[in-house]
Design a protein. Structure first.
Lengths: 410, 301, 309
């Protein structure tokens, strides 16, 4: 064991004398702890270690809600980690304004990130006043439903190809003792699923009016009313889904206990870890099969400012590594997300990822909720959704309360 | 003298029951046994669940004894469970927890006992006011103090080090501990103190020569409360330290909250029991001393 | 742990004759510096900071951009906050009453010179050694309708048995109460037991001479004598109630829906998840205010009452 490690160290130092002499420990904080996520992170760590530095893993389970206070406190406290995951969008703006994050513009310009990163909105989310502060690592889109082929076979109905068919098949699944819709009982999942239904049922224009322009009239309007009614139905379908975490809900689909789950493409990683094959064991419908459009949220790494020049250099090395082709391919294949650059070879990607890549190439993209609503507004909506999905709130009540939140949003 | 008085205090004082099987006795033991079930049930569930394999758990009876007992969940929880990319279970945090626990206990108890002593025997103008503030401090939800403390630790350059965390534990343990010590020292007979004063002993002289040697029970209580509080702390540990020095509870959170596929309840329970072992053992062995100390610190004064 | 004050003259052992009052009792003052710093800098300083920033519109980082009472107006018009308050009130009142009753009853039973007293006491006390996270997880597991208590009773043949508190918005707070009492009542039992042991043997003798029954003696004579112990217990229980957070997160995470939300959770969610520090600070200020409202009568009873006597 030890010998092996020493040999490996020797080999690395022989091959890369420069890199080895720079070897720096870099602590990286993130909340990727589910099976697929952990597998993807270890690809990053492997690549970083191989380049001569050392990835010190600071995983904090429990999602962004648990990890974020830790990350912010550490950055505020003047003893930050080397790099940290944060969703880009509006979350990090204040940290940048307070001068707490490292400016990556130099390396980004040197490596021509502007020309590489696709869609450009990803890099724009990292940019404030023309300077770049984060390295986007993947594209995640919410607009997917994951269906269990086995469940539909058992119920004796064909696998749906859009939302209407899904609704029509639900009674058959129920009869067969299968939960039609798996749904984790957490506000962010319920809100996410609702957002997906908005795009599929009310259309992307209505979605944009509400989420980008904060137009409360549209939120009160008839298009959104249809969505809330559909959500009441979806609530009935999910009535017997008794799980909390998203990946437990995914697991219900994997094991055929549930017909489907509306969840972002990170669910793909779970199917992969379980050894399921896209197209054969499970089916994925982007845009719920109703429209071919994906949002382009994603994860990004930020690099807190440190006094130590060596650490800063290591931060730059990691930033450049995250964008590199090899890492993009290795990481995203495991994570189930799409790469942030169009020029990589993803022939190894499965059926679902190919669908996503095609939509991306065709330009079927929309901004993500994270980029438009403040976390404050999102939390209010999540609270409403949690209440709506768990109780018997009527569609009309939910809609009017939803519109109120949109009205007061910044 | 005080010691023997305290000894007596821990003995039953109620009237002696007459017969072994009187109706009253049946009622007493019956109630106690029944209530014991409520208290023991969760422990029982934790233990049997931690000894089952996942297939057995899916069968769905939490109270059934394990049909094929296995220690695999315990091994996994201790040494194999993954958080992020590190797959070495709780073991990586155990010594960190010990390293945090010991200095925190020593420092917090030292300071609180001196505080209590000063408050009981050396009152000065304003001392009661500070004490009242301290007690109100016991009611403040810790979470609201996170940012102010981050800023304070940053200013004294202790953010991220174990000593910063030790300081935080000392501060938040101070209200209850000071209260305990104050009440205890107040209960020590006045005459002892006066005699020492006549002999010319000062503040520290009396503290070390008279007070300390008489304070074993209250120190036991303080240690027990602090071990429980500090060992079980997650919030401060995860915020004021770094991955290298994360306490065991951070790993526990990571194991319990990182669902890899299905929730492995057996591993969660084993991890839970392993983490709780240190305070549990201390409770089981300290038994009577705890009540005796509580009797002295909580009741008198 | 009752905070009682000795008549201060009796305990004031300051050497006489020193001219400067500042140097009077100097060692004690020096030794109290850590306490004074904690009280002033951490508790007063920290809470003042929180209160001040509750009047700002701070988002992710604290910023002194004052907006008056906006945060408070929003707070009191938020449904989740109202639900949280209501839950805390129900939990708080039930927990206080039940914990006191259970604690006192168990202590009285243990005080009856029974066998195995140590064993019983350890059984009642051990949950206190476990963290709220552990408590919450375990009880969530036991109360799970699919493989917990309900399922087991049904398997015994009582098919219609229903006990599923955690999934019903109307009962979920009581499910949390079951776990909370399990964790905390042992300590109160211990304190009560210690209090009972401090009661003079002569009281019992006198009661027996007068022919007062055992139960009546406990309720009518012993209980009133235990006032300081009960106050101590109340302080301990109350400080736990206001901080109620971990247990809820582990057991229900506020669900189903927002039915088991509590104020501390609101504070933390708004501070860190919603990144609306101002709103979180406003909520925590309200919590602090209610603590002070509860503590002032108590402090008056304790300190004020002594002065008369």
């Amino acid at each position: 064991m030890y010998l092996k490690r020493i040999m490996a160290a020797l080999a690395v130092s022989a091959a890369l004398p420069m890199a080895a002499s720079h070897a720096t420990d870099l602590e990286v904080t993130h909340w990727w702890t589910s099976g697929g996520e952990a597998a993807a992170v270890s690809e990053l760590a492997k690549a970083f270690d191989a380049s001569g530095d050392k990835w010190v893993d600071g995983a904090i389970a429990g999602g962004g809600g648990t990890a974020r206070p830790v990350i912010i406190s550490r950055i505020l406290g003047g003893d930050p980690m080397g790099a940290t995951q944060l969703n880009h969008g509006r979350q990090a703006e204040e940290l940048i304004e307070a001068g707490l994050l490292t400016d990556l513009t130099e390396i980004a310009e040197k490596e021509g990130w502007k020309d590489i990163v696709n869609p450009p909105s990803l890099l724009e989310s990292c940019t404030l006043d023309g300077r770049i502060y984060c390295a986007p690592i993947n594209i995640h889109s919410w607009q997917w439903i994951w269906l269990s082929n086995a469940a539909y076979e058992q119920a004796g109905v064909p696998v749906p190809t859009n939302w209407e068919e899904f609704v029509a098949a639900a009674p058959n699944l129920k009869e067969a003792g299968i939960v039609p819709l798996a749904m984790g009982k957490q506000g962010w999942q319920q809100n996410g699923a609702f957002g997906v239904m908005v795009v599929a049922i009310a259309g992307v224009d209505a979605w944009k009016k509400v989420n980008v322009e904060k137009d409360a009239e549209t939120a009160r309007g008839p298009e959104y009313a249809k969505v809330f009614e559909a959500a009441v139905k979806a609530r009935e379908f999910a009535a017997d889904s008794n799980v909390q975490d998203w990946n437990q809900a995914t697991n219900m689909v994997i094991t055929g206990k549930a017909g489907g789950q509306i969840m972002g493409d990170w669910a793909q990683g779970e199917f992969q870890v379980a050894g399921k094959v896209a197209g054969k064991d499970y089916t994925c419908l982007p845009g719920l099969g109703n429209n071919q459009i994906l949002d382009t949220a994603g994860d990004a790494f930020y690099f807190p400012k440190v006094d130590n020049a060596e650490t800063t250099e290591a931060q730059m090395r990691l930033a450049s590594l995250l964008i590199s082709k090899e890492v993009q391919v290795a990481f995203n294949l495991k994570k189930g997300s799409l790469p942030i650059r169009g020029d990589v070879d993803l022939s190894a990607a499965n059926d679902c990822m190919q669908k996503g890549l095609k939509i991306l190439a065709d330009g079927g993209i929309m901004p993500s909720g994270d980029q438009n609503l403040t976390p404050d507004t999102t939390t209010q909506i999540e609270d409403l959704m949690a209440e709506f999905w768990s109780g018997d709130m009527s569609a009309a009540d939910a809609q009017s309360r939803y519109a109120e939140i949109i009205e007061s949003a910044e | 003298m005080v010691d023997s008085a305290l000894n007596n205090a821990a003995e039953p004082r109620g009237p002696k029951p007459k017969r072994a099987f009187s109706r009253a006795n049946i009622f007493i033991y019956g109630t106690l046994l029944l209530v014991s079930i409520y208290y023991l049930l969760p422990l029982y569930v934790m233990i049997v669940t931690s000894l089952k394999g996942m297939p057995e758990i899916r069968l769905g009876n939490v109270f059934g004894p394990p049909l094929e007992p296995t220690f695999q969940p315990w091994i996994k929880a201790w040494a194999e469970a993954c958080t992020g990319i590190n797959c070495d279970g709780l073991s990586r945090g155990f010594w960190n927890s010990v390293k945090i626990l010991i200095p925190s206990i020593v420092l917090s108890i030292l300071i609180a006992s001196v505080n209590g002593y000063a408050l009981a025997n050396w009152k000065f103008k304003g001392s009661e006011t500070f004490f009242t503030i301290l007690i109100i401090g016991a009611f403040i939800p810790y979470q609201t103090m996170l940012y102010p403390i981050v800023i304070m630790l940053r200013e004294i350059k202790l953010m991220g080090s174990i000593w910063g965390l030790v300081l935080v534990h000392t501060v938040f343990g101070m209200p209850i501990l000071t209260l305990l010590f104050r009440n205890y020292f107040t209960s020590i007979p006045e005459e002892l103190f006066k005699a020492a004063r006549v002999d010319g002993a000062g503040f520290w002289g009396i503290y070390f020569k008279i007070m300390l040697p008489m304070s074993l029970p209250i120190f036991v209580v303080a240690i027990i409360l602090q071990v429980t509080g500090i060992w079980n702390d997650f919030l401060f540990g995860v915020i004021y330290t770094k991955p290298d020095t994360y306490p065991m509870t951070v790993q526990l959170n990571n194991i319990v909250n990182s669902v890899q596929g299905v929730k492995e309840y057996n591993v969660n329970m084993a991890a839970t029991l392993l983490t709780g072992l240190v305070p549990l053992v201390i409770y089981f062995i300290s038994g009577k001393l705890f009540v005796r100390g509580i009797a002295a610190g909580a009741v008198k004064g | 742990m009752s905070v009682t004050t000795e008549p201060s003259a009796a305990r004031d052992h300051a050497p006489v004759g020193k001219p400067n009052p500042l140097f009077k009792n100097l060692s004690a003052k020096l030794a109290s510096i850590p306490m004074i710093i904690t009280a002033l800098v951490v508790f007063v300083g920290g809470t003042t900071w929180t209160v001040v920033y509750s009047f700002t519109n701070s988002k992710l980082l604290p910023r002194a951009n004052f907006v008056g009472l906006d945060q408070y107006e929003r707070l009191w018009s938020t449904r989740r906050w109202m639900v949280s308050i209501e839950n805390l009130a129900i939990y708080g009142i039930c927990s206080m009453i039940l914990t006191l009753i259970i604690g006192f009853t168990l202590a009285a039973l243990l005080d009856r010179k029974i066998r195995f007293e140590n064993t019983f006491r350890t059984i009642f006390l051990y949950p206190f050694a476990l963290s709220f996270i552990v408590t919450g997880l375990t009880w969530q597991w036991i109360l799970n309708p699919d493989f917990g208590l309900q399922n087991v009773v049904r398997n015994w043949g009582w098919e219609s048995f229903a006990f599923n508190p955690l999934n019903d918005p109307n009962t979920v707070i009581f499910g949390i109460l079951i776990a909370g009492i399990w964790q905390g009542s042992g300590l109160i039992m211990c304190i009560m037991l210690a209090g009972l042991r401090g009661i003079d043997e002569d009281i019992w003798k006198a009661a027996r001479v007068d022919g007062i029954g055992t139960v009546k003696t406990y309720l009518r004579i012993i209980l009133p004598m235990m006032r300081p112990v009960i106050i101590t217990s109340l302080v301990l229980i109350a400080s736990g109630i206001i901080k109620l957070y971990d247990l809820v997160v582990a057991q229900t995470n506020g669900g189903p829906g927002i039915a088991s939300e509590v104020p501390a959770k609101y504070v933390i969610n708004y501070m860190f998840r919603a990144q609306n520090l101002g709103q979180g600070f406003a909520a925590s200020t309200m919590m602090l205010v209610s603590v002070i409202i509860i503590l002032i009568p108590w402090a008056y009873l304790e300190f004020g009452g002594r002065k008369r006597g």
